[in-house]
Design a protein around this ligand. Structure first.
Ligand code: PMP
Length: 363
């Protein structure tokens, strides 16, 4: 840190993104990307937009907004687009949290919430999940601050029902409730249908996972027009051209190609189920995931060892050295072929640990 760095950021602990492998090819199951390329429409539209890169991108994202409005059956002014959904989350922390409106979120959830609270200098009220990693909706009734819930949650993959989400939103009429639906397309029910009913609900979604556009950096906020205009005030006060032209074009293509979207997410849901089944046969405990990842632990292999042994075998998963979850790993659901490689490695690691426990030499 230089001596010029503002004191207000002195204690900031930044987010640590998942490892981006270099120098060796890995089976990359550590950042919840899609194993499938973007829709051919998304690719073609982005290529076509490249010819116009001389010009600034449309700050209003008009065509993308209209396409999204049609897709979700809402008015165009219910949408705001951002540079990944991390940016809309940052705007939400900036817009709706301060010393009298703490950020309220679970102890085990998306790690960026704590970082955003830090960078915005706002207090955080942390509510522990239950022992089985489920969230008790009643813990959030009258939360007394701005609520952030990832649904499905990360890294557990566990989803709340739309009914439970509605109960939380309805029980916090004087506060904003942000539902982060980064993984919603893999099996949870969306709260988007509630935005016309609740003026305190902001739903965020991303194109990074189910629409294969992580590198395009496209996220969106969906809410009643009044909340969208709050976020727009912040967006126009920081970077009105936050979404590039190629990314806007790719986003339109991804939304228009519903068939490809369905096909990819159905494959991921199916491979998730078969991988979980085989992991359980190997003795792993897996949470009930509605996301594109599996959150697993084994009684005989520590989370850290499993992570390290997989890495040595060329497979990257995500290990969080955090209380309550350090024995688990979050494993992105890749292609069927990638999961075969992962399962073969997992089988070897478990067998070696069992041989060692039984007095053998192990590996
Ligand atoms: N929310 C959750 C729960 C996530 O796991 C992620 C991915 N790291 C994001 C939001 C942000 O993703 P992106 O910025 O790529 O949209």
């Amino acid at each position: 840190m230089s001596r010029y760095f503002s004191e207000k950021y002195g204690g900031l602990v930044p987010y640590v993104p998942g490892e981006q492998p270099r120098g060796r090819s890995f089976v990359k199951l550590n950042t919840n990307e899609s194993p499938f390329p973007p829709s051919p429409y998304a690719q073609r539209f982005a290529r076509e937009a490249a010819g116009d890169l001389r010009l600034y991108s449309d700050p209003e994202c008009r065509r993308l907004r209209e396409t999204a409005a049609e897709y979700f059956g809402l008015a165009p002014d219910c949408f705001v687009f951002t540079n990944g959904s991390d940016e809309i989350l940052y705007f939400a922390f900036s817009a709706y949290c301060d010393s009298s409106h703490p950020a309220v979120f679970a102890d085990i959830t998306y790690g960026f919430y704590k970082v955003f609270a830090g960078v915005c200098g706002v207090p955080a009220r942390i509510i522990p999940l239950k022992d089985d990693f489920t969230l008790d909706p009643e813990d959030y009734f009258g939360a007394g601050g701005t609520v952030f819930i990832a649904n499905p949650n990360a890294p557990t993959g566990i989803a709340l029902t739309p009914g439970d989400i509605e109960r939380i939103v309805a029980a916090n009429r004087d506060s904003i409730v942000v539902i982060d639906e980064a993984y919603v397309d893999f099996g949870a029910g969306s709260a988007v249908g509630l935005v016309n009913k609740y003026p305190n609900l902001l739903v965020t979604q991303t194109f990074s996972k189910s629409r294969s556009l992580a590198g395009g950096r496209l996220g969106m906020g969906i809410a009643c027009p009044e909340l969208i205009s709050d976020i727009e005030t912040l967006r126009y006060s920081t970077n009105p051209y936050n979404v590039g032209s190629m990314t806007q074009a790719a986003g339109i293509g991804a939304l228009l190609d519903r068939e490809y979207f369905e096909e990819c997410r159905n494959k991921i849901i199916s491979v998730r189920g078969s991988t979980e089944k085989r992991l359980r046969e190997l003795g792993f405990d897996c949470t009930d995931s509605s996301a594109n990842f599996i959150f697993a632990e084994h009684p005989r292999v520590s989370g850290e060892t499993f992570y390290r042994e997989l890495r040595e075998r060329g497979i990257l998963v995500r290990h969080f050295d955090a209380p309550r979850i350090s024995n688990r790993n979050r494993i992105t659901v890749g292609s069927a072929e990638e999961m075969e490689l992962f399962l073969a490695a997992a089988g070897e690691i478990v067998k070696a640990a069992e041989r060692k426990d039984d007095g053998g030499p192990g590996d």
